[in-house]
Design a protein around this ligand. Structure first.
Ligand code: SF4
Ligand code: ZN
Length: 309
């Protein structure tokens, strides 16, 4: 079978089914960078004077996000960038991935902050999961909930302490389309209303989030990171479980048959987002500050204090 060629005549490294195009290495890398740049520009993700924290775990998405932000925003003198990693305390896994972040930060000369669950919340995720499973208080698929709630809490709190104006994460198109469906399935419209292409802030204590890779499919982020020689950590977290994996398989099987469906899930969601937000603003009314920790919360005690303290 003849090799598929890019429009420039070089051998293709990828076929974008949703666009019907073959791309060589150079044109693929350029195209991803162009899309990310356009996303940043169209949605005004960065502004002069911003101090941006990039949340990096060491996996392919966050490492690519850091690398691209450094290429695109790094040369700007009016914007500062730092990197934040959260060490959840997952033995044999997280320490290795954080080492990869350290290496890249050193290479790019970016300041790197690491905060751990053990120090900030009193115990590691491993300890907490063990405790919860023993108590049989929650179902066994609780690890990602415990982890996600505490990570979001710490990222927000630490970003505020570091006086960051924005927090940047490496969520890709697959993550975002899955999150749209998961929030819908769980009925979590409040969380859904905080998604979207631009940062949304319901309270002065919340640091707005930006996701420059939101329109790049996961497969392309992976290929970009490999072709750029990023030394990311590729192992999967040992605690990974739950609904997200089922939703991911479901969305992937739809995409196989109906190319472009991930884009369509996200674009449809973005169109209904303004109405959802105004509805949520009315329903939520005022936010509370958690009675235990003082962080913003939709209830008197925030989810992190409820689950962790
Ligand atoms: Fe945390 Fe779950 Fe991610 Fe593991 S897979 S790091 S437990 S959210
Ligand atoms: Zn709290």
């Amino acid at each position: 079978m003849p090799k598929k060629l890019c429009r420039c005549g070089k051998p293709a490294v990828i076929f974008r089914k949703y666009e019907g195009s073959y791309l060589c290495k150079q044109h693929f890398l350029q195209s991803v960078e162009r899309k990310v740049k356009k996303n940043i520009r169209v949605h005004n993700l960065v502004k002069p004077g911003d101090k941006i924290g990039i949340a990096v775990s060491g996996g392919k998405d966050s490492m690519t996000c850091l690398y691209l932000m450094h290429r695109i925003i790094g040369p700007r003198r009016d914007i500062q960038m730092v990197v934040i990693s959260i060490d959840e305390g997952i033995k044999g896994y997280r320490e290795k991935s954080i080492n990869r972040v350290k290496e890249l930060c050193k290479k790019l000369k970016i300041r790197h902050y690491v905060y751990s669950f053990r120090k900030e919340l009193g115990k590691s995720l491993d300890q907490k999961v063990k405790e919860v499973k023993k108590s049989k208080k929650y179902d066994l698929e609780v690890s990602c909930t415990l982890c996600g709630v505490a990570r979001r809490y710490l990222l927000n709190k630490k970003s505020r302490e570091l006086k960051l104006t924005k927090l940047c994460t490496g969520h890709n198109l697959d993550d975002e389309s899955q999150a749209v469906l998961m929030n819908y399935i769980r009925g979590d419209l409040y969380r859904a209303s905080r998604m979207g292409p631009e940062p949304v802030v319901y309270d002065k204590k919340f640091i707005g989030r930006i996701k420059p890779l939101r329109i790049i499919p996961e497969k392309e982020v992976a290929l970009y990171s490999i072709l750029s020689g990023l030394n990311y950590y590729g192992k999967k977290c040992p605690h990974r479980c739950g609904l997200r994996l089922e939703v991911r398989d479901f969305v992937n099987s739809l995409e196989e048959k109906h190319s472009g469906i991930k884009f369509s899930i996200l674009e449809t969601f973005d169109r209904i987002l303004p109405s959802l937000r105004s509805q949520m603003e009315k329903e939520i009314g005022e936010l509370y500050y958690c009675k235990k920790c003082g962080e913003p919360s939709s209830k008197e005690i925030c989810k992190t204090c409820e689950l962790w303290r």
